[in-house]
Write a protein that binds this ligand. Structure first.
Ligand SMILES: [Ca+2]
Length: 431
């Protein structure tokens, strides 16, 4: 029987091999060049890394600059390899910002280069995550957006759409909806109004597959449901097809990588050079306790199941807020003995933890390789030290302003970019 790390490495190797075999599967209609065709020779093995410098024990000093302000509910951002900043606003869509400060609307509301008439904004939902194709620099100029759409009805759904970005990054075209049936809370219930708990983060892993986080919609049966795409982490290729190695249990939708989640809004991958490099870690809000960071393993159950709790009083049969860590746990190891254990629980509190990014590079000094999470309700940003197995062994609060932070991204320039609910994007430079 394989242990977790062996299993994950096996998965990563299988996924990488499969991606090489499946290269060239991009949409033939898109006006962009394609990655190498199937059968292309594999790249030569990388040179061995140089000897590691001694790890710093010094906490970095953070210098913060406001890059953009005045945005309306910004949600996520990403960078193209040539340095264009892409950011989303929940009710407006996707925009590009260039180094000279020019900003153009790429996709979404009227006035965008590509209008999405099906986009709507309701409750917590609208336009959420943005990701850039890992082969963008070599010709697959694709970007991916998570959005609420009314193209499907009864219920409406969240979708992941792929767009082609023009050579000058000034316009988007060739919309292809690659996942169309992510659960959306169409109708309010006794817990909350419509649009609640959509998840919505998009990130490519170092395995070059797209990870999509989804939420439980305040619907009790979704997280453990084998076929509906809510309360899950999905892992797909650029066409939205299930990635190889997802290891979803028998009868599950093969796009499901992990299930039994509540509302994952952070996903990030352990950097090269760290134990279990490439392993995904999620951050999600707890109900009235236990925000959780979880190290994911393919096919794993994260253990959230807010249904069928006879001892609790559950509005609309949703027991998520009705219990305690003992009676309604974020990870129910009594029901699911093999559930993925949390790496960290925000010291047992629920303060709206969501965004997450690993810090990677010597510029982060003692924080190199640590996991940063933003705790929105708690208005703080926490840096976690993890052991080899992924369990937190310490946490410190970063010296950043106390505000609601919606997204954390380490950019190609090695600096941290922060999106706030107050409508700002910050650049944070460590020294
Ligand atoms: Ca859990």
């Amino acid at each position: 029987m394989m242990d977790r790390s062996t299993l994950f490495f096996s998965l990563a190797i299988a996924a990488t091999s499969a991606l090489v075999a499946c290269g060239g599967s991009s949409d033939a209609a898109a006006p962009v060049s394609t990655p190498p065709p199937a059968g292309s020779p594999a790249p030569p093995p990388a040179a061995p890394p140089p000897p590691a410098a001694p790890a710093s024990t010094e906490t970095p000093t953070l210098a913060r600059t406001t890059v953009v302000s005045g945005l309306q509910s910004p949600w996520d951002l990403a960078f193209t390899p040539d340095g264009v900043m892409l950011f989303t606003e929940k009710c407006r869509g996707l925009s590009a910002r260039f180094a000279n400060g020019t900003t153009v609307g790429l996709f979404g509301i009227s006035g965008s280069s590509l209008v999405a008439p099906d986009l709507f904004c309701e409750g917590q939902s609208g336009v959420h995550g943005i990701a850039v194709d890992p082969d963008f620099a070599t010709g697959a100029r694709y970007i991916y957006v998570f959005m609420a759409s009314n193209l499907s009805t009864n219920p409406r759904t969240n979708r992941v759409v792929r767009l082609a970005l023009s050579a000058d990054s000034m316009s988007a075209s060739a919309r292809t909806d690659i996942i169309m049936n992510i659960a959306y809370k169409d109708v309010g219930n006794g817990v909350s109004g419509p649009g609640a708990h959509s998840g919505g983060r998009l990130r490519f892993g170092p395995d070059r597959f797209l990870y999509v986080t989804t939420g439980d919609n305040h619907n009790a049966s979704l997280p453990q449901d084998p076929t509906r795409l809510g309360g899950k982490v999905l892992r797909v290729d650029r066409n939205g097809a299930a990635a190889p190695g997802n290891n979803a249990p028998q009868g599950f939708d093969p796009r499901i990588f992990t299930y039994g989640h509540r509302n994952v809004q952070g996903i990030t991958f352990r950097p090269a050079g760290q134990p279990n490099a490439g392993q995904p870690f999620t951050a999600e809000h707890g109900p009235n306790h236990s925000d959780e960071v979880t190290a994911l393993v393919a096919g794993g159950n994260a253990g959230w199941d807010p249904q069928n709790r006879p001892g609790l009083t559950c509005p609309s049969n949703y027991c998520g807020y009705a219990g305690t860590p003992a009676t309604m746990p974020m990870t129910d190891t009594a029901r699911f003995p093999n559930a993925l254990r949390a790496s960290w629980t925000n010291n047992g509190a629920s303060q709206g933890m969501g965004p997450a990014t690993f810090l990677d590079g010597a510029q982060w000094k003692a924080w190199n390789g640590r996991l940063m999470v933003a705790i929105m309700g708690g208005r703080r940003t926490v840096v976690l030290q993890l052991d080899a197995a992924g369990a937190a062994t310490g946490d410190v609060t970063a010296d950043l302003p106390a505000t609601r932070i919606r997204s954390l991204v380490q950019a190609p320039d090695g600096n941290l970019y922060v999106v706030t609910d107050g409508g700002e994007i910050w650049r944070v430079v460590p020294s």
